[in-house]
Design a protein around this ligand. Sequence first.
Ligand code: SF4
Length: 78
Amino acid sequence: MKKVKVNQDLCIGCGACQAIVDSIFQIGENGLAETKEETNTMDTMEEELKSEVMDALEGCPTSAIYIEEQEEQKKEEQ
Ligand code: SF4
C-alpha cells in the first residue's frame, strides 16, 4: 500500500501542497503540512487526484512530500 506523506523536518509550511490538493494535504497546528489518513492512500485514489498529488509532490519547494510503501495492515476480526 502506498501512502503520500510529508517529511515535517523539511516542510516550511508554505501551503502550496494544500492549495493544490486540499482534500489530502492540510497545515497542522504546528504550521507544517501533513496528509489526512482517510485520503492519503495512493492505491485507492482516482487518477485525476493522483496526478494532482504528483503535481504537489513535484512542486514542493523543499521536496518534503514523498510516497511511502507500507505493509498491508491485517484487519482484525471483532
Ligand atoms: S508544499 Fe512542501 S513545504 Fe510547502 S507546505 Fe507543502 S510540504 Fe510543506
